[in-house]
Ligand binder design. Structure first.
Ligand code: T46
Length: 132
């Protein structure tokens, strides 16, 4: 779907466990913020918005959750469930996140610092944004 991409994250494994590595050339933006969702109840609903400029890269560091994506033309649901697979979400994509497994952690690498004015939290405004 336009506006999203699943990107494989290389891992280095041995009998001591694994290391996942995200280096700057693997994602198409400079990281200006890192945040993470944790202690999320199973029945929580997060997202429910799009961004005007922000591009983000989501990784299920632990556990799993569903990301429902909508670029105004197409919709897709992606279950993120492995720390060696990241989801790139560009601007102009509506996202909703639910079905969090117990103890799940969602790491987010973001292209911009937090800015509430970058959010489109109203679905009708989102439709106008992507059509316009
Ligand atoms: C997305 C998912 C995965 C901050 O103060 N700083 C921050 O960097 C963030 C992300 C949030 N906040 C405050 C703003 C709100 O008062 O935390 C509250 C909840 O934020 P938000 O509505 O952004 O939370 P989510 O989990 O619904 O969505 C966030 C991202 O915004 C979103 O783009 O993909 O995490």
């Amino acid at each position: 779907m336009k506006g999203i991409e699943l990107i494989k994250i290389p891992k280095v494994s041995d009998i001591r466990g694994s290391i996942g590595v995200v280096e700057k050339d693997m994602i198409p933006f400079k990281i200006n913020r890192v945040y993470y969702l944790y202690d999320v109840p199973h029945d929580a609903y997060r997202g429910g918005h799009a961004h005007k400029n922000l591009t983000q890269f989501l990784i299920a560091l632990s556990g799993s959750f569903d990301v429902h994506l909508n670029n105004g033309k197409e919709k897709i649901k992606i279950n993120l469930n492995k720390p060696n697979k990241g989801l790139l979400i560009k601007s102009g994509v509506w996202r909703e996140i639910d079905n969090f497994s117990s103890g799940s952690v969602c790491l987010v690498l973001a292209s911009e610092v937090y800015d509430e004015s970058d959010y489109i939290r109203d679905y009708d405004s989102f439709k106008l944004f992507v059509e316009g």
